[in-house]
Ligand binder design. Structure first.
Ligand SMILES: Cc1cc2nc3c(=O)[nH]c(=O)nc-3n(C[C@H](O)[C@H](O)[C@H](O)COP(=O)(O)OP(=O)(O)OC[C@H]3O[C@@H](n4cnc5c(N)ncnc54)[C@H](O)[C@@H]3O)c2cc1C
Length: 399
């Protein structure tokens, strides 16, 4: 039987492990944490991410956990439109899902063919052309025809195979929270929750997950928000961080103040935003009867400005599944490993480039830069967002 080891049980690793198992592979999933879990935030899935989930055979459950997102445009803190809402084409409309719901769906998709080993932190990688690849934690090791490195931005596997890719700060920090529905502020109908506001070095995005859960449904509802601020992440306690956010975003348009007031310190998830620069030269490394592939953030971690990281991880998983579904160990599987890199690298380079342009616009600070940024936002951003949305909408899984 064809064997695979998947390192990392994030969105990318879970999606891949399930897809390989459903295609007849014997899969071992290694996770360094003591449990396979998601953080208590949410995620926007663009049409490419939704299409990838469908290609992975996980589309059916999506309707139950996803809330469609209206096109809300982008405002400045003074309320002026930077990008007017565009009447959304239905097929370009993204959806928002609670990460724990998506996680549950991906775990359900693992079936009983995946052996899960938690508390296993990969530290060593055996990679030599003649041997099957193997990974170990210093005490034990696993070898397989195919090793999938889905171990995130600090990937131990990538450090060994693509040392040229460096992890760097993107110059900003992000805070996320889901306010549970029972604590969500009551807003008048003319003040919708969903919206994006962009100021000098600061950004606030809020979307509603609805009142799922309160009706007895097993899915999670509430209001999800993401705040981004230029600068480093903060060492203070969550309560102090929340105080800072309330100060930074004071006087921003409603309902931002209401949402921050309804947020509790334990809702807050802070993260330094980091990315890979440069990207690895390749995402596929043939060896032995197959090889190693880099997948998700381990291959192409990028800032969250276009909300594409997880969508691309799902695209990676759907592409890999399609390439290796029929491939037998030996030359065909080695070729599939090379094809994966040939297909995925240019695709992700395009999205990373778009994200970096967005980063530059978002982080412009100072009066002059702000004026230039506003001008740029008025002209470049609709184009940039338009081309990013097209790139997202156009992706199709390989046959
Ligand atoms: C603020 C913010 C907002 C975002 N919003 C969106 C969005 O709206 N839409 C979107 O598509 N994307 C979004 N993203 C990006 C998205 O979260 C990531 O791209 C995605 O979660 C990456 O998934 P992954 O499985 O590749 O990696 P990860 O989620 O990092 O998972 C890696 C897993 O590997 C495990 N691991 C790590 N090292 C080892 C090791 N050595 N051995 C064993 N296990 C290991 C980790 O514990 C973890 O479980 C956002 C990111 C941020 C920061």
């Amino acid at each position: 039987m064809r064997t695979a080891v998947v390192v990392g049980a994030g969105i990318g690793g879970l999606a891949t492990a399930g897809a390989l198992a459903r295609s007849g592979w014997q899969v071992t999933l290694l996770e360094r944490d003591d449990r396979v879990r998601a953080d208590r935030t949410a995620l926007v899935l663009w049409p490419n991410g939704v299409r990838a989930l469908r290609a992975l055979g996980l589309g059916d459950g999506l309707a139950a956990i996803a809330t469609p997102l209206p096109d809300v445009g982008v405002r400045r803190p003074d309320g002026h439109w930077l990008v007017q809402p565009r009447p959304g084409l239905a097929e370009r409309a993204p959806v928002v899902v609670h990460r724990e719901d998506l996680h549950d769906a991906l775990v359900a998709g693992l079936g009983d063919r995946v052996e899960i080993r938690t508390g296993f932190e990969v530290r060593t990688v055996r990679f030599a052309d003649g041997d099957r690849p193997a990974v170990g934690d210093g005490r034990g090791s696993y070898e397989a025809d195919l090793v999938v490195a889905a171990d995130g931005i600090d990937s131990a596997v990538r450090r060994r195979l693509a040392p040229e890719a460096a992890v760097v700060s993107s110059g900003c920090a992000a805070w996320r929270a889901v306010i549970p529905w029972y604590r969500a502020p009551q807003l008048p109908p003319d003040r919708p929750v969903d919206g994006e506001t962009l100021g000098a070095g600061y950004r606030f995005v809020a979307v509603s997950l609805g009142d799922r859960g309160s009706s007895g449904a097993s899915t999670r509802g509430g209001i999800y928000w993401v705040a981004t601020a230029a600068g480093a992440s903060r060492p203070e306690s969550p309560a102090t961080q929340l105080g800072l956010l309330r100060r930074w975003f004071a006087n921003w348009p409603a309902p931002i103040g209401d949402l921050l007031a309804a947020t509790e310190p334990e809702d807050l998830v802070q993260q330094e935003v980091r990315e890979l620069r440069p990207l690895p030269r390749s995402y596929g490394f043939p060896a032995g009867t197959g090889g190693v592939v880099l997948l998700g953030d381990s291959a192409h971690a990028m800032p969250h400005h276009l909300g594409q990281g997880a969508c691309l991880a799902l695209e990676d998983a759907a592409t890999l599944r399609s390439l290796v579904r029929e491939a037998i160990p030996g030359v065909p599987l080695r070729e599939a490993v090379e094809s994966y890199s040939r297909l995925r690298r240019p695709r992700t380079v395009t999205v990373v480039r778009q994200t970096r342009r967005m980063s530059a616009v978002l982080q412009a600070r100072g009066r002059l830069a702000l004026r230039a940024r506003d001008a740029a936002l008025g002209t470049i951003t609709p184009r940039l967002l338009g081309s990013a949305a097209s790139a997202a909408a156009q992706w199709r899984p390989p046959e």
